[in-house]
Write a protein that binds this ligand. Sequence first.
Ligand code: NAP
Length: 360
Amino acid sequence: MKNYNVGIIGATGMVGQRFALLLADHPNFTVTALAASSRSAGKTYEEALSGRWAMTVPCPQNLKSMTVYDATNDIDTIVSKVDFVFCAVDMKKDEILALEEMYAKKECPVVSNNSANRKTPDVPMVIPELNSDHIKIIDSQRKRLGTKKGFIAVKSNCSLQSYVPALYPLDEKYGVEKVLVCTYQAISGAGKTFERWPEMIDNVIPYIGGEEEKSEVEPLKIWGKIRCGKIVPAKKPEFTAQCLRVPVSDGHMAAVFVTFKNKPTKEEILKVWKDFSGEPQALSLPHAPKQFLNYFEEDNMPQTKLNRDLEGGMAISVGRLREDSQYDYKFVCLSHNTLRGAAGGGVLLAELLCAKGYMD
Ligand code: NAP
């Protein structure tokens, strides 16, 4: 892979800080621009983050003295310094749509963690191990935007990064018909820490705005097919979801119930998970986990605290596979929401796009 200069839009936020850490020692990406809102603009990254650094390891030394730009007003300076940007901002949907399109139209590709463009039919929403072929839609998107290089690619919501990877390869072989999923989601998914959200200590909140719809609808785009310049979402599997906020710092757990068209044996399911790998593994991308789906035999595993950091937080942990009385099987899955589910997933998607020549 060649070397690229990259920017982080939303660099001061929870996901932006993860990007800063992941990119600080990336073999091919160098951070040359940091941007956030006008509240942070003009300050050094260290000043802008004062009292807000939420990671357990210190802020990368080389980024501390960089000046934070205003993501909108300083766009020309930013695009002149980078080959592409990562974007993770807390703004209104129409503002994010406008911001991401503005960068793309200035020939600066955007790898986005925001939900605003996930439903745009010619914007690929990619979990690189599963639907890497969807990046071909970028050619159609570039025609719509009138760009040669600029485009927007997004990653999916963090809630589904645990259970969709486990179901997708099973569908290919056995046909997944129906899925019921309950997610147990960490507070960093709301951009929060316990210090900033003390109400979450010793508490569960049975509502996360918009999350259940995303958890049911977004998988169908991942399963979708490219037709006439659009990604047409699949009709199946059918998903129903409940999403709960739980008192955990990082890591989203999911309890999954699934019914198949052709019910496999438990051994067949375990073999599919063990053998599964995707394009990131074939291409040996820097952030690709060696083993994507990891099954734990112990009854009390996986555990959020013990397993969320597996393979740098990029691998999926699965456990407790057993037959169910109403569905065919039930099991649990775990993924790190700000790594695989956010910044890490964004970095892996960018690595895939670089390896396939879309950033040149
Ligand atoms: P966050 O911690 O609240 O950070 C928000 C970021 O957006 C900050 O850098 C903030 O800059 C910036 N921002 C706000 N208004 C802006 C504006 N007008 N122009 C430019 N930048 C602006 O939020 P987060 O948790 O990192 O989430 C960011 C995005 O990622 C959201 O769309 C979220 O849905 C998505 N996401 C988050 C997770 C997760 O696990 N946290 C997972 C997947 C996706 P200032 O510091 O200057 O205000």
